[in-house]
Design a protein around this ligand. Structure first.
Ligand code: A2H
Length: 253
């Protein structure tokens, strides 16, 4: 962990249809008129146009936390504790948990992904999601995140093994950011560094480092309201737009 707090954007992915297991576990625990959101924490709000799924750690335990009368958030206990002291919940400092649910039970749930070219995406498993970072929920942008691209490729290859439908992992990957080398930087780097699975940790770390720096300092948005602007300039603007629309909020740790 660094000395300065990380400023994340917490995105609200509204649940449209629960996976059967999740529906069973949560039955009667959440008011019928409330909306439930999966809430990933991201450092790259300007890439949200490219979301294709939402990752949870299948072995992690999540809570469904009451943010207000009408809204509940699915995050880790740790994430909820941080939120409670950042003015995210209606009652400052108070954590109300409606239910516990395992990540594996959430897999297959259909959620709305704000700004994405794919407005409806699935919750999918990713073993490398850390319980000790962010909210334990990670939105997947395979065009710009090598980790995400390696994982969706793996999921599509071994859909049966992961207990998912192949097509959930095969949503089209659209170019979002142009850099000097590519407009699909993550797939480009995964190929170039010969990354064949999410287990190629060392190369993935290198790819992540290159992608982050090149995307931030040399990237230009190809899509959306800030098309043509440098990532550096567009990042806070996309973030503000998401927050103003009620689709996101500031989260730090
Ligand atoms: B980023 P940092 Cl396009 N476990 O969002 C593992 N990874 C997590 C996580 C957790 N509990 N919580 C957040 N993350 C991911 C977008 C993105 C991200 C892109 C490119 C790079 C990138 C779409 N996924 O991150 O250790 C989230 O993925 C690479 C740095 O706090 C979050 O931003 O620096 C990022 O890691 C936060 O990682």
């Amino acid at each position: 962990e660094g000395v300065l707090p990380q400023e994340y954007t917490a995105l609200k992915l509204k649940v449209l249809d629960w996976a059967p297991k999740a529906a069973e576990v949560l039955k009667g625990k959440i008011p019928e008129d409330a909306s439930v959101f999966l809430v990933p924490a991201t450092l790259r709000p300007e890439t949200m146009y490219g979301q294709t799924c939402c990752f949870v750690g299948p072995a992690l335990t999540y809570g469904v936390f009451k943010a207000s009368e009408k809204e509940y958030f699915v995050v880790t206990e740790r994430g909820a504790k941080n939120m409670a002291y950042q003015g995210v919940f209606e009652k400052e400092g108070v954590i109300e948990k409606a239910a516990d649910i395992k990540g594996s039970d959430l897999v297959g749930t259909l959620v709305n992904a704000p700004l994405s070219f794919h407005p409806q995406v699935r919750v999918l498993p990713m073993d490398t999601v850390l319980a000790t970072k962010g909210t334990g929920v990670v939105t997947s942008v395979p065009s710009d995140s090598p980790d995400d691209f390696a994982m969706v490729t793996e999921l599509a290859k071994k859909a049966d093994f992961y207990g998912i439908k192949k097509e959930w992992a095969e949503l089209e990957v659209f170019p979002i950011i142009q850099t000097p080398t590519s407009d699909l930087l993550a797939p480009y780097l995964v190929k170039k560094l010969k990354i064949s699975s999410p287990k190629d940790t060392k190369q993935l770390l290198e790819a992540k480092d290159i992608a982050y720096k090149e995307g931030f300092y040399q990237g230009v948005l190809k899509v959306g309201d800030f098309k043509g602007e440098k990532v550096e300039a567009a990042k806070p603007k996309v973030r503000e737009q998401l927050i103003k629309a009620g689709d996101a909020f500031a989260y730090s740790e």
